[in-house]
Design a protein around this ligand. Structure first.
Ligand code: F6R
Length: 251
């Protein structure tokens, strides 16, 4: 793994996605030892984390570890998908991680999407994060437009958990998980950028050529505050892990 010089957010070029996944799985294992019974993880969905979740499952199957006390908070969830829908993020997390390791069922939290008073439910969700002690380690992917969570370009850097509309480019990018593009929800509930920045560590995975342009704009461009990923510039412990295809426009 090679640290790229002169990037506004610490950035590591990885030889393979597997090496990034193994590094991040090591970080989580170390935190599990250090923090004894109080680890709080922030999790993401999408393509980027699938390999990491598989690596965590592999490790915890090989070497059984008690994770029943770990609390997890996911970045976002679609609105208007019935519970148990095959493409809800709850289902995704269950398939890739929650059903495969011994997390306590009450300790896996996804943002509220169905409450009548959604604003109040979002405030309560933020309170649940605070009551858990705050997020120690947050995983992120990045959208082709620079979104983090479902904070689309132009989202304020101090935004909190809330209902949002998805950008058309996001709906198109995520259509691959649905039977047709029309089925992709138009709204979601996402942790805000401010909520994300509160985490002690932020770890971003960006793999593949479709991420090359946004990484060029963020890592080689001006500090453009309309791009959510740029919010990480001021964070005390943020790092990007990118592969050669994602780094192809960085020169
Ligand atoms: C998912 C999320 C999104 C994705 C981003 C990248 O929970 O918050 O911000 O991380 O859209 O998605 P992939 O990894 O599919 O390229």
């Amino acid at each position: 793994m090679q640290r790229l010089p002169d990037t506004p957010i610490p950035t590591f070029l990885v030889e393979t996605q597997a090496s990034a996944n193994s590094h991040l799985a090591d970080e989580i294992s170390n935190l599990l030892k250090e923090r004894a019974r109080s680890l709080v993880l922030g999790l993401a969905t999408g393509s980027s984390p699938i390999g990491l979740y598989a690596e965590l499952v592999r490790r915890f199957e090989e070497d059984w570890v008690d994770l029943s006390f770990v609390q997890t908070f996911n970045l976002d969830e679609y609105r208007s998908l019935p519970a148990g829908h095959p493409t809800s993020y709850r289902t995704f997390m269950s398939e890739h991680l929650f059903s495969k390791i011994n997390l306590g069922p009450k300790n896996t939290h996804l943002p509220p999407t169905e409450a009548e008073d959604l604003e109040a439910a979002c405030k309560e969700w933020e309170e649940t994060i605070r009551a858990a002690g705050g997020i120690n380690w947050q995983l992120l992917g990045v959208g082709r437009n620079g979104h983090i969570g479902f904070n689309e370009p132009g989202s304020p850097f101090d935004s909190r958990t809330r209902r949002v509309k998805l950008a058309e480019s996001t709906r198109e990018a995520n259509a691959r998980f649905f039977d047709s593009a029309d089925e992709v929800p138009t709204e979601a509930v996402t942790m805000g950028i401010g909520t994300i920045l509160d985490a002690e560590r932020l770890r971003v995975l960006a793999f593949g050529e479709t991420k090359a342009e946004i990484l060029e704009r963020v890592l080689r461009g001006e500090d453009d505050s309309s791009i959510p990923l740029n919010a990480l510039r001021g964070h005390r412990d943020a790092a990007l892990y990118i592969d050669a295809a994602a780094a192809s426009r960085l020169g």
